[in-house]
Design a binder for this molecule. Structure first.
Ligand code: FES
Ligand code: FES
Length: 174
């Protein structure tokens, strides 16, 4: 009989628990336990990036990550980046720039692009290609994806400037 272990972790900011088998990977657990269907397994070998999620804030390949290892961790999927009412700037930019065709690779692309922009707010084309080289798109929507990352970078820089201006105004007023 299959052996199960109950793990507890935070999924998109909310505490959850799930009984998992020792061999179950994170993609299978997130889809089976929480209907996180954005997380997709394609190659199953860590080569395509479709299964990218964050564990403790860092992107990992969910197909190679044992679910049991996220016990006590913070896990984030693309569902946790924004809401239907308020998409994240990267999600908005992918829509505005048509950064997908079939959309199969899109959640993983958005996760990697978000992490890239946290580390490098103003990347060049070459830096985007290098950083996201582990995310494959079978539809070859790469020009639109690169445009989307630049658009998202602009949005994030603009929102930081707005926040800084608001902080300055509050300081002056206070
Ligand atoms: S399905 Fe995990 S990298 Fe391809
Ligand atoms: S949009 Fe089709 S695989 Fe990327």
């Amino acid at each position: 009989m299959a052996e199960y272990k109950t793990i507890r972790f935070r999924l998109n900011g909310r505490p959850v628990e799930l009984a998992v088998q020792p061999h179950e990977n994170l993609v299978e657990a997130l889809r089976r336990g929480f209907q996180m269907y954005s997380v997709r397994e394609s190659c199953g070998q860590g080569l395509c990036g479709c299964c990218t999620v964050y564990v403790n804030g860092k992107a990992v390949s969910g197909c190679l990550y044992l679910a049991a290892l996220v016990d006590g961790c913070d896990v984030q999927t693309v569902e946790g980046l924004g809401t239907l009412q308020q998409l994240s700037p990267v999600q908005e930019a992918f829509i505005e720039c048509e950064g997908f065709q079939c959309g199969f690779c899109t959640p993983g692309m958005i996760m990697m692009a978000t992490q890239l922009l946290q580390e490098n707010p103003n990347p060049t084309d070459e830096e985007i290609k290098h950083y996201m080289s582990g995310n494959l798109c079978r539809c070859a929507a790469y020009p639109e994806i690169i445009a989307a990352v630049h658009r998202a970078a602009e949005k994030l820089r603009a929102s930081k400037e707005t926040d800084a201006a608001a902080d300055k105004a509050a300081t002056v007023a206070g």
